[in-house]
Design a protein around this ligand. Sequence first.
Ligand SMILES: Nc1ncnc2c1ncn2[C@@H]1O[C@H](COP(=O)(O)OP(=O)(O)O)[C@@H](O)[C@H]1O
Ligand SMILES: [Mg+2]
Length: 296
Amino acid sequence: MSLALAARDLDALESQVQAALRSGDYRDFDVLGHGEDTLVLKVRTGEGTFACKRLPPFPDYERFQRYQDTLADYVRRLRAQGITVAPTELRYLPHGRSGGVAYCVQEALPPARLCSNLLHTRDLGWAKSFFARYLTTIERAAGPTLGLDAQASNWFDLDGELVFVDVTTPFLRDSRGREQVDVDLLLTSLPWILRGAVKACLLKAATDKYYSTRGIVLDFLGNLRKDRLEPLVPVFLEQANEVLDNPLSSREVARYYAGDARMWALVQRLRKADRFWQRTVRRRPYPFLLPPAIRR
Ligand SMILES: Nc1ncnc2c1ncn2[C@@H]1O[C@H](COP(=O)(O)OP(=O)(O)O)[C@@H](O)[C@H]1O
Ligand SMILES: [Mg+2]
């Protein structure tokens, strides 16, 4: 499948990104959205309008190919479990001898249909019916070897169908619980000081939640706060507890969010310090597009 973003348009985007990384000025980008890690850029061409997410750099093509295979497996598994995944394509741009960069390319979907936006613009009846569909979808898909980061900002509602977009972290484990993705690769955008520690002890704890309905729902509810949607928490809790064996409480949601927010705020601060160090002391461009500060 090809989403038909022409090579020259992708090259032009990458040149623009390179210039922005050198200058630190992101104003020329048309940003569709962002998560904790990166920006999703809008590219309009004669062929259509695309959502392009720049991934952490790859040291070589082989590492890229392995990641591409894992991502393809992941999308296949999600689809087999009944999740509608937005058509997604990975594109690789070699960077001379120093590896390459890759973009995750999707069709740009209408921001008004993003579920975290719809939960603001539609009424309570819509919210409840959305969450009922959401719970069914998650329950059917999540399990010990297949997980997903299913915050409201990762779903679009297109003609009544929930469409999942955030697939660049493939939550796939083997039967012994080992992550299938090249974890080091995904952690390269973390300041080096964090990597060893994150890997050694935080990784399993940080990702376990994505492999169970309860953990996914806890993360979803906790993050409603970031989207200023807290009033919906009690409503959704009641719905969720109808299907969960081990019910959730609003205290657990609040405690979870406080912990999650603290962790991400720390990562964000360390990244900024790292960027400052690289640019002013080492005098080289910082290689990642950082999202703007997130209000928590
Ligand atoms: N295909 C798309 N069309 C339109 N907007 C998108 C698309 N993919 C992502 N976005 C926007 O970018 C945001 C971040 O994208 P996401 O894939 O969730 O990245 P992250 O891993 O940083 O959370 C989304 O919440 C949404 O606002
Ligand atoms: Mg996301």
